[in-house]
Design a protein around this ligand. Sequence first.
Ligand SMILES: [Cu+2]
Length: 204
Amino acid sequence: MGRTGRTGRTGAVGLVVLALASAALATGAGGAHGATADGGTGGIGGTGGKHGYSMRTDARFAPPGAFVPSAAVTYDTRLVPAGSWIEVGQRSAERGATTVKLRVTGLKAGHEYGAHVHRKPCGADPAAAGGHYQHRPSTDPADVNAGNEVWLDFTADSRGAGGASARHDWNFRFGEAASVVLHSAPGSSGARLACFSVPFGWAA
Ligand SMILES: [Cu+2]
């Protein structure tokens, strides 16, 4: 009984720390309009809960080490110019379906981009974002697909704008989805051009 109680309190403290960390991430997203979580333990970038989770955030790309740092980092200013814009939204229902939406402007007209949800936040090194988020974690190349991962490939229109939406009947696991990476080609083989750290959440 006593052990159970201690475990419960430790869990609560852990949730508070995570909520603060998520809030810092959302604040750091520069231009983010914030994340909202309904129910659960609540708070910005929160844990979701009984009523699901929804979030929307946007930023303008800047090179790593820019004087004004951004949550959106470009590693290739030819295909993702500094000042180009990205928006990512997430909507997750209780115990289920998740829709992730992507919008961009200011990219190279007519170019076909790849885009996926990655596991870690962006860094100065394009590799910092880690691998693709996978619903069923796997080392089998056959599991690298748009059903097991969140793919948001798009072609920029004549004005350099684009967007994509992906819906799955599953939700993210706690803390395992943290960024959207733009690639030089659709599918899973393109070079990493740019990365946007995103406060993805989950709904129990
Ligand atoms: Cu990717």
